[in-house]
Design a protein. Sequence first.
Length: 387
Amino acid sequence: MNKRSVFLISLALFCATSAHGKDWPVDLSTTQGLEQTCTQFRGAASQSVSRDADKVAFAICSGIDMARDALGWYRINAPKMNANGPGAVKEVRAKLEGYLVTIETTRKLLETIKTTKPLLTIQPGQWELDMDGDGTISPFEKHFFWIPKRGADINRQLPSFNSMEEYEQAMFTRPTIKVDQSDVYWAIAYCHFAEATLNLLLSYELVDAQQFKIQLADPERVKSVAYPSLLGGIAYSRKLRESLQKETSDENEWIPNARQKNTSFPLVMDEQTFATWGELLGHMDKLFRGKTLMGGSVTVQNAMVRDLSMGLCKPGEGVDVRDLFQNPIVHPTERSEWQTKCKKATPALPLTGLAAMIDASIKRNSAGGPENLSGEWMILRHFYWVN
């Protein structure tokens, strides 16, 4: 698992497992402070957390516990997973079901936060934790919560540095974040997307490990649980964008608006970025609600994505994404079943505008060098940072 992906899981998949109805002393600026803060939050029910700042701190601690549990389990079990066969698959499913419960609990807790002021400051880059439970803190774990440094040469590889420490210092930075309502929306959106992903994954079962054959086991879970979660993620991403645009402060921001400069966020967020983000969300909402079809070609030379249907559909056709959830594919490894979701575009059901949007973005950012790229180009490459 990519360590930047795990960072997102740790920070975004806040889960709720414990707390008592009182104000807790919270310190998330050092490793010791984090450990002391998290120790007091373990062992009770999420609904007993009342203060908004405590909800955030409690959720962060629980998210880190979930990441530690996953990495520790993987360290111990990965070498023997192939040998255990069906037993390992069953154990993985049980783990994922448990994580799904904690993510949903977290989302519901975070959705109760309504604030107009910053809640607390966190310094993830100061945390050095034994994430996999082996009793040591490796260089990987020492820098676990660092994030990519804006402006760093992303093409420079580890072998060009004298040491891992030199690499981390040059390419990454230790974030300091003053958590506010926008950041809460960011976390809620990720919880929704995580719930959608896990429910979709757990709706299927592995029927032949040797041939890697997967079969639909619970179509109703896809339709009634995964699909609404996906729409919820898009809705909260819209809330996040709108909330960010209204912010006037500029102190230790996470995702900044175009006017905010005091941030450790790795991507440039200029006005064009926000415009593209808004357009992207509009296209995604229409696509997943079945108002457009996933298809169309990117015509700019050297574009990475040529055909948005990935070659499944004929010219003038696109995939009905909503139908993928309302009538899920039984055997997802069979290409022919995916092709049944292709429909001919009509005025009433046109192809998505995503291809045209990508075309326009490439054209805007292809004239100058890397120093002239808008943040929108990075969002199209790494939009997982802003969901």
